[in-house]
Design a protein around this ligand. Structure first.
Ligand SMILES: NC(=O)c1ccc[n+]([C@@H]2O[C@H](COP(=O)([O-])OP(=O)(O)OC[C@H]3O[C@@H](n4cnc5c(N)ncnc54)[C@H](OP(=O)(O)O)[C@@H]3O)[C@@H](O)[C@H]2O)c1
Length: 285
């Protein structure tokens, strides 16, 4: 079997590093890892050149503008990466017969639901970041049938900037924390998501479309912080207090739990429960 040729964008970001940590020899993959220096997604000529030099079977686009609050005042920058560059990437993939695997976000939803969001439910982003990611999704659907859009939520891992690393550091520094209870979602271990993405890279998976992958269960940010504290040691739990609201520049959906029924049906995948996966990660971190 010939090795799959794969382009990964944004490789030094959080999910990019999770993909690097989970790729195995058994996948027989020839991966070109690119960060912003090797491939700036907003430079369409750089995308075109790379696709002419290599014939990629897959592109995993982990590059994204992810500064949710900053995006409110940097709308153009967020749309440049998450929407317009993604449209160009999808066009290039279409021209080169490349399958695009594109992570997206629970923030495409408005947050008024009370039961998990299915893939076919109406989107209604309430902040600029969510709107820019939604525009990227739409562009892919209109330009490239060979795509997997994988929406995820509350991503954390041992890499990059994320809630788990920030809270863990503050707890270890002895700080007292006040964490919000007004949002409900699902923390997702980036290593679990990366493993799911690798399973999509297989001849047998041709059911393109939009999918939700997060860990299972639900939590508030307060409960997530409490679980991080519990994973460190009992004494750290006393450092975590709750508040109903924490003011942020960008609005966040009050409820953004994603339904995993479709990945179960199509791929037979059952993601791990969020707290079990957190504690497993903490045992090795
Ligand atoms: N983090 C979450 O909680 C979360 C939740 C749901 C969905 N997602 C989605 O999951 C995906 C991965 O997120 P992540 O947590 O890995 O984000 P991340 O850590 O911020 O990584 C994104 C990477 O993209 C790079 N990048 C930004 N602009 C670029 C450009 N013009 N050209 C090339 N690279 C560029 C960044 O480089 P610089 O560092 O140089 O800017 C960074 O390395 C994204 O699609 C995100 O929308 C994330």
């Amino acid at each position: 079997m010939a090795a799959k040729r794969i382009l990964v964008t944004g490789a030094s970001g959080q999910l990019g590093q999770c993909l690097q940590a989970t790729v195995t020899k058994a996948m027989a993959a020839k991966v070109l890892w690119t960060d912003r220096d090797q491939l700036d997604l907003t430079k369409s000529e750089e995308i075109a050149k790379l696709f002419e030099q290599h014939q990629f079977d897959y592109c995993i686009n982990t590059a994204a503008y992810t500064a949710v609050d900053k995006a409110e005042s940097e709308r153009d920058a967020a749309f440049a990466v998450n929407a317009f560059a993604v449209a160009k990437l999808a066009e290039t993939c279409a021209a080169h017969n490349t399958t695009l695997i594109h992570p997206s976000t629970d923030y495409v939803f408005g947050g008024t639901a009370t039961v998990p969001y299915r893939e076919d439910q109406a989107v209604a982003p309430i902040n600029v970041y969510g709107a820019s990611k939604e525009a990227g999704e739409s562009a892919i659907r209109s330009k490239l049938p060979q795509h997997f859009i994988v929406r995820t939520s509350w991503l954390y891992s041992p890499y990059g900037h994320n809630f788990y690393r920030a809270i863990r550091q503050k707890l270890e520094d002895g700080q007292a924390l006040t964490i919000t209870t007004d949002q409900t979602g699902t923390p997702t271990n980036g290593l679990d998501l990366a493993a799911f993405i690798w399973t999509l890279i297989s001849e047998k998976h041709k059911q393109y479309g939009t999918y939700h992958y997060s860990n299972t269960g639900k939590a508030t940010w307060y409960e997530f912080a409490l679980a991080i504290a519990a994973g460190l040691s009992k004494k750290h739990e006393n450092q975590v207090g709750a508040t109903e609201h924490y003011a942020t520049f960008a609005a966040r959906p009050a409820y953004s739990v994603l339904s995993k029924e479709k990945i179960k049906e199509v791929f037979g995948v059952n993601p791990p429960e969020w707290k079990a996966s957190l504690h497993q990660l903490m045992n090795h971190d």
